[in-house]
Design a protein. Structure first.
Length: 48
């Protein structure tokens, strides 16, 4: 990821409850996945 999402501080803050941190980590991973998916759709496919 090129930028840190807003959920990052919630996901890795030890003062937050565990369920909140797990949910925030899941959101961070989903954002990363969809960002990479969007970028991969715009890369040209090269076949040799």
């Amino acid at each position: 990821m090129k930028r840190i999402p807003a959920f990052w501080s919630v996901a890795y803050d030890s003062r937050r409850p565990v369920p909140v941190r797990l949910l925030a980590r899941a959101v961070v991973h989903m954002i990363s996945f969809f960002t990479r998916l969007a970028v991969s759709d715009h890369r040209p496919f090269v076949s040799l």
